[in-house]
Design a protein around this ligand. Sequence first.
Ligand code: UGB
Length: 598
Amino acid sequence: RNNLSILSPDQVELANMLIEMEQSHLFEHWPEPGIDDDEKRAFFDQIQKLNSSYPGGLAAYIKTARELLADSKSGKNPFEGFTPSVPSGEVLTFADDNFLQYEAAGVREARKAAFVLVAGGLGERLGYNGIKVALPSESITRTCFLQHYIESILALQDASCRLVEGECHAEIPLVIMTSDDTHSRTVDLLESNSYFGMKPTQVKLLKQEKVACLIDNDAHLALEPNNKYRIQTKPHGHGDVHSLLYSSGVLKNWHEAGLRWVLFFQDTNGLLFKAIPASLGVSTTKQYHVNSLAVPRKAKEAIGGITRLTHKDGRSMVINVEYNQLDPLLRATGYPDGDVNSESGYSPFPGNINQLILEIGPYMEELTRTGGAIKEFVNPKYKDSTKTAFKSSTRLECMMQDYPKTLPPSARVGFTVMDAWLAYAPVKNNPEDAAKVPKGNPYHSATSGEMAIYRANSLILRKAGFNVAEPVLQVFNEQEVEVWPRIVWKPKWAITFAEVKNKLSGNCSITQGSTIAIKGRDIFLEDLSLDGTLIVNAVDGAEVKVGGHVQNKGWIIEHVDYKDTSEPEEVRIRGFKYNKVEQLENSYDQPGKFSLKA
Ligand code: UGB
């Protein structure tokens, strides 16, 4: 109490709140005023920050923590009273008429959208030291995930604007949620690359703060082991994105500017934007307040399952059940085998890929009510079965896909299922863990993430009439993957299937060992047969017709062992690199009409 005299009135108020919340252990050890006063004030600076960055403040955090810790101790089932069942949603088949209609509707709507990338996670599972958005998504052009995402948004913006008569000034905003772990490196990546072509004013970074750790079931806050004037903190999870959008005023600005959709996405999925136009089309056509993107899920795959939960009292909601909770929930509710595949070879529950599309109006209304607070959970590791002590401190966590949990039953919550080959290939697992994934389940590694891009592009071109050779099976870092012809294109070349078809004509073909990189908007492939490597660069307005028979020794894939420290980390984790033996590369840096006839 003596020390209160050295604090500001706001800090005194917080100190009293902490005493009331039975947190006096935090300052019991404090020496008399005059000793360590700066440290004591710094301690309260941190308390102020923790208090202001949590909806309802620290008192609410401690109160919720006590409730959740008591539930956890008593073994309360979070799904008490609920029965799971398989929900019905919109299932899309790539390139059929329905898909094309949704795609067209999505592109029209895109200029009224805003994108939010959650990129505060460090990716411990991947074992990569950099920020994940800086990882190359593929190693032909070495375009990193962030560049790919920004170029995709810009391509969508242009495609959407082309549908407007007269001038279109739409600038689709992008928010990136960072954390202390990723913030400065994300800023550096953007600044040193001129925001990858986006206007700096179009991009906004919102940094999430960590939350206080808890030492016991009474939710006593933890001090750092080596600093008695600092609260120990840990990440709170991607669910923070909602309160940040709300408290920063960003959401309000978007709403007032007449935007209609917010699209959330994760840090390392190189396929995602192939699925965005059609799923936005589903949102607008079906008028979904919430639309989650999903893919067929393999049982035990580390992605949540989209589930209908029906309560005894009649309430019902469609929600993600996280991968570690699905199996126990099923076992407890009449499915003795738990999380298993059905005859189809897949789990009956669609897999959540954590790409959410929310309609801004209802979203804004809901956040005004909740302040952006998301249902949290706690996952303490207990010392023993008495559940009275923790092995290490714990904290509350939250997930962005739990947003619908507080919605009224009238909310229109739906989901859209796409083929996994088209929509989902995250890079999350390190080579050792990926090699242990059960056979037939996706690896979610840098190797599979890159190979999935080649496969998706091959399948898309095939669908458009391109003669694409069959893949071969190869093993990299002990993971067996299909190796398709290496086909990549810039998002501005084609962001929809309709655009892909517009860029092809005649009889085109590519052999299995070939590589093609299409790096320009106005490149048209016409009667091209490729056996080797072809790279075409063109500025906007340089209209290049590419055809004839291209043959050269090409780029050969070479194995790299992930333990080989002479290679850079980003190469080791994928397990291969290119030996660039020979290629045809042409660049067109002036507008005009050109022909590349091999
Ligand atoms: N992230 C943050 O921005 N802040 C944080 O505090 C934590 C993460 P992970 P995980 O789509 O495959 C999610 O760690 O555990 C960002 C879904 O919960 O990759 O695999 C981070 O940077 C699950 O239902 O998530 O699980 C990254 O961009 C399933 O759908 C994103 O949040 C799964 O993803 C996800 O972080 C999936």
